[in-house]
Design a protein around this ligand. Sequence first.
Ligand SMILES: *Cc1c(COP(=O)(O)O)cnc(C)c1O
Length: 360
Amino acid sequence: MEPRDLSANSPYVPGRGIEEVARELGLDPDDLVKLSSNENPHGPSPDAVAAVESAASDLDVYPTTSHADLTEKLASTWDVTPEQVWVSPGADGAIDYLHRAMLDPGDEILVPEPGFAYYSMSARYVHGESSTYDLSKAENFEQTAENLLDAYDGERVVYLTSPHNPTGSEFPREELVSLLDSMADHTLVVVDEAYGEYAEQPSAIDLLDDHDNLAVLRTFSKAYGLAGLRIGYGVVPESWADAYARVNTPFAANELACRAALAALDDDDHVEKSVESARWAREYLYENLDAPTWESAGNFVLAEVGDASAVADACQREGVIVRDCSSFGLPECIRISCGTEAQTKRAVETLNRVLTEAKA
Ligand SMILES: *Cc1c(COP(=O)(O)O)cnc(C)c1O
């Protein structure tokens, strides 16, 4: 017995967990600072935690009411119909649903390079292919319609990430509008707003009123601090929103996740605090890190440090975990997630020491 030929599928390699690193280094997990996965350093909203605790005794039922309630609430938040909200296990789940809805075998997607690995992985699962457009470091990873259109060759789905991971750059709204108007009729533009809460620019969701070739992804994993529960959603145009019923995995967004997301949506203070703290940390990193950085609209900052793998290893030995961006095709860059004030200061101090030692 063998699975089908999976040689073209690359395995997903997650950032390493704090427990795992602590065990390897023989350190107490509490002494480690993990700034490698863009998680919320303030944790989840206490209201979300309370919602999970009180739903814990209802685990015997399938999540139908909670799923419907979350869908309704998101629809009213964004002023769209409930049908347009595709609730999913993480935004990753919504990527799968869009591919199931759009891709025939052999159809292509177009994705940014460097960029988020899961777009292409997910396309492969449904026998799709992917090609890339380059965001150039020499041009500060600037995102423009023209740059994307240079690489565009009629692909079925085109991805843009705004704010972009790992660079932090945004796709300006007027550029997006011009892109939507330039695509062939069969091409869907997916705007991944996993870090949308941290940006100043408004969501692209309101552009759905006038464009049926756009889908927008959002998640509770980042600013809402619910990464461990796996809950996110896509927002799609009304004209083909009913495809959800034919492509979603039944009950994939679980009861605890839906309840926690509902509670989190009511806790504005928690999101505001998370966003303010990330904005502070970005500025602190730009100003105090002894390495060139790029301006970021997300909850992380990309920095050029020379040998990223060596620098990340050296920091890790001192208990600070950052993301080596070699796997993104940027072997000279690391990505530092925005921590609490204390975590961010410690990360900068550690990195600066490591960078000085590397030069000596
Ligand atoms: C984190 C992230 C996501 C979504 O993650 P989920 O946990 O699946 O919601 C999507 N896109 C990008 C670019 C991300 O960084």
